[in-house]
Ligand binder design. Structure first.
Ligand SMILES: [Mg+2]
Length: 243
């Protein structure tokens, strides 16, 4: 089946999002609020609470999601609990607001904007991101690429997180395409590769750090840079034209 649309994950696929950026935000939270704590200690107390959310939001054995919580609500709750635990009089809402603003300012990978411009007009494109709208849209708009995507579906808008089918279902309700006519491009084997597999989409796993493949299912393609995507799509297109 020919590929007609490329569906992109956003964080760590189109835009960088390492813990170093988070730590920078925590340094600024502590400085702005004049908190008497080392930023790395606040980070060490906050992070496990955030990780617990990533586990509880979907029971992967039964594929049962927990009631939907946005990142904004969860991060605020994590700050509130971390401040309490450390005996700090911090402002959890202000801390979250700073992190959200920083999230909307993550840098694109060096090849991202060039590849999006190259694909535009040749392939239909969409976004499927575990993100709140409050940081997803400003990020895409800042780099002038939001118009390149025919559909932008966030977990917040869908009320569900990848790999659960609910967010994929919202995407396909907006499109006139079958999953087999699309290609999911993402960095995580769990959310992007397995999630798209469950919805019948082929996938391209972007493995920027050359880590071993240890997911539940193998991706259809493996990329090391978004530049490889152009080659993969040209090959897929050429192969389908020959059929
Ligand atoms: Mg990602």
């Amino acid at each position: 089946m020919p590929t007609k649309m490329v569906v992109f994950d956003v964080f760590d696929t189109l835009f960088a999002n390492t813990h170093d950026y988070w730590r920078e935000s925590f340094i600024r939270v502590c400085a702005d609020q004049k908190l008497l704590v080392e930023p790395y200690i606040l980070w060490d107390v906050w992070l496990p609470k955030e990780r617990e959310f990533r586990v509880r939001r979907l029971d992967v054995d039964t594929m049962t999601p927990s009631p939907f919580e946005s990142y904004t609500d969860v991060w605020t709750d994590c700050f509130r609990r971390a401040f309490d635990e450390l005996g700090l009089q911090g402002d959890a809402d202000a801390a979250t607001e700073l992190c959200l603003a920083d999230f909307a300012d993550r840098p694109p990978f060096p090849e991202t904007l060039e590849v999006i411009a190259q694909l535009k007009g040749q392939w239909r494109m969409a976004i499927l991101s575990n993100a709140d709208d409050s940081f997803l849209y400003p990020l895409l708009e800042k780099h002038g690429i939001s118009d390149a995507f025919e559909a932008i579906v966030s977990s917040e808008a869908a009320g569900g997180y990848k790999p659960h089918s609910s967010i994929f279902d919202v995407l396909f309700k907006r499109l006139d395409l079958t999953p087999g006519e699309t290609l999911m491009v993402g960095d995580t084997l769990h959310e992007d590769v397995w999630g798209s597999h469950l919805s019948g989409m082929p996938s391209a796993w972007i493995n920027r750090h050359d880590v071993p493949m240890n997911g539940r299912v193998a991706p259809t393609y493996e990329l090391h840079s978004l530049k490889d995507l152009v080659t993969v799509l040209n090959e897929a297109n050429g192969a389908s034209q020959g059929k």
